[in-house]
Design a protein. Structure first.
Length: 264
């Protein structure tokens, strides 16, 4: 028995609008310009079927156009959804290891925010303003050295990291990993953040030269009277100069501690 031909979809609008519409289910013939039929609507705002546009010639044997099949993909100036990540930490002070992780993350995301927070378990050596100033000057230099990578902003926040991530619309939290000790601690935090706020954490392994660099270690070396000039492989010059000023100031806690160590 000969199969019955497929029905044609005839629009309800008047045929006086530049002639009749020839739109059919299989897209074999296009509308002649009525700009009202389903073909034109699909061409203007095409649905996505299996990763291919329904308005293109590749779908000549496509399924009937139904609103339930439309999957709109968020767009951006780059043609796809932008992925914003926040690189969080106290950065007290910021080290070359931090900058190494930041440089690597710029090749993975569309935009990165260096988010300076407060660690309740530590006494801050530098104020928010000082850390913001250090970070901004170093980020500016990073943008000059590698202009084609993702843009970077510097900000600070108080409260929970996941709340700040939701506030700025971050897709992920960046954390630097130096060794297995870091991994064990960060895994616990990452799982907690995912359970609490549904946000993922991306671990970036730092360069081997910074595997044992930490802000706490820098503070201890400065406080115990260590040579600040030998820290040039661990922290930027702007941080070394700031540490020197604090250690030479007798009214600063770092200066008082360094003076007590020299007196002993």
């Amino acid at each position: 028995m000969k199969a019955a031909p497929r029905p044609r979809v005839v629009p309800s609008h008047s045929s006086r609008l530049r002639g009749p519409c020839d739109y059919t289910y299989n897209f074999r013939s296009r509308c002649r310009g009525c700009n009202r039929c389903a073909w034109h609507l699909a061409a203007r705002d095409p649905p996505v079927w299996g990763g291919r546009s329904a308005a293109g010639p590749a779908n000549t044997r496509g399924s009937p156009l139904r609103s339930s099949t439309i999957d709109r993909v968020p767009t951006s100036p780059h043609g796809s959804k932008r992925h914003l990540a926040i690189y969080t930490g106290s950065f007290d002070p910021i080290t070359l290891g931090h900058l190494d992780v930041l440089a690597r993350s710029r090749r993975l995301f569309d935009e990165v925010i260096v988010a300076i927070g407060r660690n309740p378990n530590k006494t801050a050596l530098f104020s928010f303003e000082e850390r913001m100033e250090f970070s901004q000057s170093l980020v500016d230099q990073l943008l000059v050295d590698e202009p084609d990578a993702a843009p970077v902003q510097v900000s600070h926040y108080s409260g929970l990291t996941v709340d700040y991530a939701q506030q700025v619309g971050a897709a992920a939290i960046i954390r630097g990993i130096r060794n297995l000790t870091d991994l064990a601690t960060e895994c616990q935090l990452a799982i907690t953040n995912r359970q609490v706020a549904g946000i993922e954490t991306v671990f970036i392994v730092t360069g081997e030269a910074f595997a044992y660099t930490s802000s706490s270690l820098i503070q201890q070396i400065a406080a115990l009277g260590g040579s600040l000039d030998k820290l040039n492989t661990l922290v930027p010059p702007v941080v070394i100069e700031a540490l020197r000023r604090k250690r030479d100031d007798p009214n600063n806690p770092l200066g008082r501690l360094a003076h007590d160590q020299l007196a002993e």
